[in-house]
Design a protein around this ligand. Structure first.
Ligand SMILES: Nc1ncnc2c1ncn2[C@@H]1O[C@H](COP(=O)(O)OP(=O)(O)OP(=O)(O)O)[C@@H](O)[C@H]1O
Length: 210
């Protein structure tokens, strides 16, 4: 089965939204960017690196946030989870914990370091997943519907945070208000790019065809 038709995209804008109906190929396109899936034909390059051949280096540069944070929170406590991301930059354990607590505070999760990740709210878990990925200092963040499971306040909070990141963001979302705030919008229909332009135009196009 062909999931994505022939697609040529050069993503240079700071914040790129991928929008479109369920099953249109957004997640597949996003997953190609860090090698979570591989193309059967064609090539994906990130910062000059070939994702298929230099996958490890690409994954170091491209952070990926899933819709469900449970997919990526692997340690028992919040602090330990962030600390895992810091093991390369902070080899000393005590220093690593201190740095992890600082990261948590920066994401509004102060005081939750020793909490089991299972006792955190959905919003807190999504912020923690984001904190963990960003603690690895990726050049690019790919986020696949990161606000879908969140209530209004948390989805605003996570959305604002994503849009204010210094690194490039590729955002798959059904939140059209959030998508419209990006710098570029790509609309997928049946595995093809149906529209590519400013985010506001892309949202308008999607609303017209949906
Ligand atoms: N590994 C796979 N093997 C077979 N089919 C797949 C695979 N991955 C995705 N698909 C199919 O490809 C299509 C596109 O899926 P994809 O997850 O990229 O869509 P999406 O636009 O992200 O959808 P949603 O908004 O529902 O998350 C779907 O029909 C899906 O079932």
């Amino acid at each position: 089965m062909v999931v994505l038709q022939e697609t040529t995209l050069t993503l240079t804008e700071q914040r790129v939204a991928l929008i479109g109906a369920n099953g249109s190929g957004k997640s597949t396109l996003a997953r190609l960017l860090n090698g979570l899936v591989s193309p059967t034909t064609g090539q994906v390059r990130v910062g000059g690196l070939d994702v298929a051949r230099e996958g490890k280096e690409v994954r170091r540069r491209v952070g990926f946030v899933f819709t469900d944070p449970a997919a990526q929170l692997v340690m028992p406590t919040a602090a330990e989870d962030v600390a895992l991301s810091l093991r390369r930059t902070h080899p000393d354990k005590a220093e690593r914990r201190r740095a992890a607590l600082e990261v948590l505070a920066a994401f509004g999760l102060d005081g939750l370091g020793d909490r089991s990740v299972h006792t955190l709210s959905g919003g807190q878990r999504q912020l923690l997943a984001l904190a963990g990925v960003l603690a690895t200092a990726p050049d690019v963040l790919v986020a696949d519907e990161p606000t879908t499971l969140l209530d209004l306040a948390n989805s605003r909070r996570v959305g604002d945070l994503l849009l204010s990141l210094p690194q490039q963001l590729v955002l798959v979302t059904h939140d059209l208000d959030l998508a419209a705030r990006c710098d570029r919008g790509v609309v997928m229909v049946d595995g093809e790019v149906a529209f590519d332009g400013t985010a506001a135009e892309a949202v308008g196009h999607y609303r017209a065809v949906a």
